[in-house]
Ligand binder design. Structure first.
Ligand code: BGN
Length: 292
């Protein structure tokens, strides 16, 4: 749907990119920082870089506007495991929306490759660090896979950061359950993320990590912006999965979040051998994160 008649051309480009590029990215001794852009230029032939909707498309869901210099270079980070049916729905909305907004953007799906409890915030750290391999993003949108924006005027650039993008969810009659909610879809500049030492690595299981991220921001003197009104409404995709187990220790962790801010986050994260896979609409980074 996104590519229309270009779909075959895109499939071929993606296949070629996986053959030619992937190993260079995973092979850390190439010292990859921000070289993916260069690798794409150097290694892909012009016919492997299709154009669509006034955008230059690079395999793995990287979109660069052709006729304007974009106001923001946005990395969309989607923490993920086993929700492929949600992902296809989300991307169907997200990609045309961000193209209309003339942003430069890349979509990264950060997949937890094990059966341990899901750790959304640690995947966000991985996504932030791995995205540095691609280009110098100045804006990060952290996106739950099942939150679908309903109005394409909900701008995903990093103006008035840090931001919470949601004014209401369908399941709460388009309100929020509490004013300090910071989950679902949030936006941070690169500088915001560095200022708070990234995200906590200790939240395994459902809940609390978003509250801690908000606390981190506030204690760094960063206050969030949230706009009101229907432009910022989202629908949450309904599903039949059993809910993720809630994390019992989250109350204690939250109480002590201040003590961990400097030591738990980008400063101490460890993970090994992320696996890259380019897909037409996104780059999948699969990673077996472990307790630190
Ligand atoms: C909150 C959770 C958030 C979650 C929202 C969803 C906690 C911490 C204990 C105070 N917070 O209750 O993580 O995103 O619900 O509505 O569980």
């Amino acid at each position: 749907m996104i590519f229309g008649p270009l779909v075959e051309e895109v499939r071929t480009a993606v296949k070629r990119a996986n053959e030619k590029l992937r190993w260079k990215l995973v092979n850390s001794d190439t010292g990859n920082k921000a070289v993916a852009h260069w690798l794409f230029n150097e290694i892909l032939q012009p016919e492997e870089k299709p154009m669509k909707n006034r955008y230059w498309f690079l395999p793995g869901g990287h979109w660069i506007p052709i006729n304007c210099s974009p106001k923001w270079k946005v990395a969309v980070l989607i923490p993920f495991r086993d929700r492929f049916d949600h992902l296809t729905i989300l991307l169907r909305y997200l990609i045309p929306m961000m193209q209309k907004q003339l942003l430069q953007f890349s979509i990264f799906v950060i997949e937890q490759a094990n059966q341990d409890l899901f750790n959304r915030a640690m995947l966000m750290n991985v996504g932030y660090l791995e995205a540095l391999n691609f280009t110098d993003y100045d804006c990060y949108v952290i996106h739950d896979v099942d939150n679908v924006p309903l109005d394409d005027r909900n701008y995903y650039g990093c103006t008035d950061m840090p931001r919470h993008f949601i004014s209401g969810l369908d399941k709460f009659n388009y309100t929020l359950r509490y004013g300090g909610y910071f989950g679902g879809v949030s936006g941070l500049t690169k500088d915001n993320i560095i200022r708070i030492n990234g995200f906590p690595n200790v939240y395994w299981g459902w809940g609390g990590e978003d509250d801690e991220i908000l606390k981190r921001l506030n204690s760094a003197g960063l206050h969030i912006t949230r706009y009101a009104g229907p432009v910022y409404h989202y629908d949450v995709i309904k599903h039949h999965h059993t809910s993720a187990p809630k994390m019992k220790e989250r109350f204690d962790l939250l109480l002590k979040s201040h003590d961990r801010q400097k030591t738990d986050g980008l400063s101490n994260i460890v993970y090994h051998n992320p696996v890259y896979e380019f897909h037409p609409l996104y780059t999948n980074i699969s990673v077996d994160i472990r307790r630190i």
